[in-house]
Design a protein around this ligand. Structure first.
Ligand code: HEC
Length: 149
């Protein structure tokens, strides 16, 4: 357990170090060099710092899941419940209730191991909720109409 927490702390400090390092490079250069632009990462960390507004109709639960949630939930990273894990999702549903699960999906949970909006900063609430329903329903849970907000 202690080892796991230490590992997370080290990983997090390293990512913040990387983020700060790229800020420092960007802010010192007046002309944006394509080489520097190319060197910055794309994907999760970039999305966390730079919000691009999503245009167009709301994405489906599956799309949001594949876009963001899958990164962790697809391989049980730090214990993120997998979309085919009926046992795990049923336990969470029974112990916490749907309202809490949805709240945690928007606000984050457990020291941001589960990040706010699952890291999908340009998702609206409906899209994040749809991704939660998607994971639970693919696990085989039959959600009631009243479960869906
Ligand atoms: C950076 C990794 C990561 C990403 C990305 C991520 N999650 Fe999670 N999520 C977790 C972890 C880890 C947990 C389990 C936390 C625990 O139980 O301690 C979790 C748990 C949850 C839970 C259950 C919360 C509870 O109270 O039991 C929901 C709901 C959830 N995630 C939804 C989502 C959705 C929706 C997305 C995509 C929009 C997403 N997550 C993306 C890591 C992630």
């Amino acid at each position: 357990m202690f080892y796991r927490i230490t590992k997370i702390v080290i990983l997090m400090s390293f990512s913040f170090f990387l983020m700060n390092a790229s800020y420092a490079v960007e802010s010192k250069t007046t002309v944006k060099s394509p080489a520097i632009k190319k060197a910055t990462t794309t994907g999760f960390m970039q999305e966390m710092t730079e919000i691009r507004v999503h245009e167009g109709p709301d994405r489906s639960g599956k799309e949001v899941y594949e876009y963001r949630c899958k990164g962790c939930h697809g391989k049980n990273t730090q214990g993120a419940p997998m979309p085919d894990d009926k046992f795990e999702w049923s336990m969470r549903l029974r112990n916490k209730g749907m309202d809490t699960l949805l709240k945690h999906s928007m606000e984050g949970f457990n020291n941001y191991l589960m990040p706010p909006k699952g890291g999908c900063r340009n998702c609206n609430q409906k899209e994040v909720y749809a991704a939660v329903y998607y994971m639970m329903e693919t696990s085989g849970i039959k959600l009631k109409k009243s479960d869906k907000k």
